[in-house]
Ligand binder design. Structure first.
Ligand SMILES: [Zn+2]
Length: 201
């Protein structure tokens, strides 16, 4: 037991509240903190965390209540971001307004792309272009945009051969991250950068 026993007196973990997401998916909060879907099965993008300390357990439960308070307005695809914002708020003042402020901040595209166009179609629209991300925050990363996908690429070390000098000084390889819209890509970049900042604190 990592969290103080539930106020109802039941010593074993049990569901304390249930809601539905905007998509209609059942969302349940457990007395020891985790958020799950129906029957205790995990929701996509929402980690089932069972903290080891009482303090972390309380924060977990607070994040859970914040999540339940907002979840009815969120589609299933948005639950990951909502949960991250609830964790963020739970580690601060624990207020619903802080969750909403955090979500609004993350949605704000404060990153502006600078595209290098490689190919255009007959109408002059770019069909292949890339954007080298700001070194401060996203070193050695670039977004490659082609056929409607935005792929996050990582710059590899320059390729040098003995006697041949530098063969290639900017080789990029896919990281596996890929999005269907620039907005999603930027939201992810800002979010991961924000999390990195928290880890360093
Ligand atoms: Zn209870």
């Amino acid at each position: 037991m990592t969290v103080a026993p539930c106020t109802c007196g039941e010593p074993h973990p049990h569901r304390v509240a249930s809601r539905r997401s905007a998509s209609g998916t059942i969302v349940e909060l457990w007395s020891d903190g985790p958020i799950t879907g129906a029957l205790g099965i995990g929701l996509r993008g929402v980690p089932i965390s069972r903290p080891k300390t009482t303090r972390a357990g309380e924060r977990n439960l607070r994040a859970g209540w914040l999540f339940l308070g907002e979840v009815e307005l969120f589609e299933d695809g948005e639950l990951r971001g909502l949960y991250a914002a609830c964790r963020w708020a739970a580690e601060r003042d624990g207020l619903p307004a802080t969750v909403r402020t955090r979500l609004a901040d993350l949605a704000k595209p404060s990153l502006r792309p600078t595209w290098h166009v490689l190919h255009v179609d007959r109408d002059g629209r770019p069909t292949c272009r890339f954007w080298v991300l700001p070194r401060l925050g996203w070193p050695d990363l670039a977004i490659w945009h082609e056929r409607g996908r935005y792929d996050l690429m990582r710059r590899m070390k320059a390729v040098r051969l003995p006697g041949a000098g530098v063969v290639s000084d900017s080789t990029y390889e896919p990281t596996g991250f890929s999005w269907g819209s620039l907005r999603e890509a930027i939201a992810h970049l800002i979010e991961t950068n924000a999390m990195k900042g928290e880890r360093n604190q």
